[in-house]
Design a binder for this molecule. Structure first.
Ligand code: FES
Length: 110
């Protein structure tokens, strides 16, 4: 795969965390802050909670289940998380969000 269209920017509010199906097999989650948009895998790296239930405040994204928190810009761990959040390379062009997805990313769970 190459650059994939994810969502129109005007369909993603600031602070929103939204799951999008790219095709019959791959879903991603798009999130938007005041400053940027990022595209991540749909499940939490902790215990597979769908991250569409999570929330984004400022530059922090949080899973709704056990409240692991990550830096929304680069997926690095904040206080409660043990594993980083994978981020697909993404960009916004002409009001459209794209992600570079060579293959679906999935975490290894213990
Ligand atoms: S499942 Fe997301 S923090 Fe535990």
């Amino acid at each position: 795969m190459t650059w994939q269209f994810v969502i129109d920017l005007d369909e993603l509010e600031i602070g929103e965390v939204k799951e999008v199906s790219l095709d019959s097999k791959i879903s991603v989650v798009a999130l938007r802050t005041d400053d940027f948009v990022r595209v991540i895998p749909p499940l939490c790296p902790h215990m597979e909670e769908p991250l569409r239930h999570g929330f984004c405040e400022g530059n922090t994204v949080t899973c709704s289940k056990h409240f692991w928190e990550w830096n929304a810009n680069d997926g690095s761990v904040l206080e409660s998380a043990d594993k980083p959040l994978h981020m697909y390379e993404s960009k916004v062009e002409n009001g459209k969000v794209f992600a570079f997805i060579e293959e679906e990313f999935s975490y290894e769970y213990d």
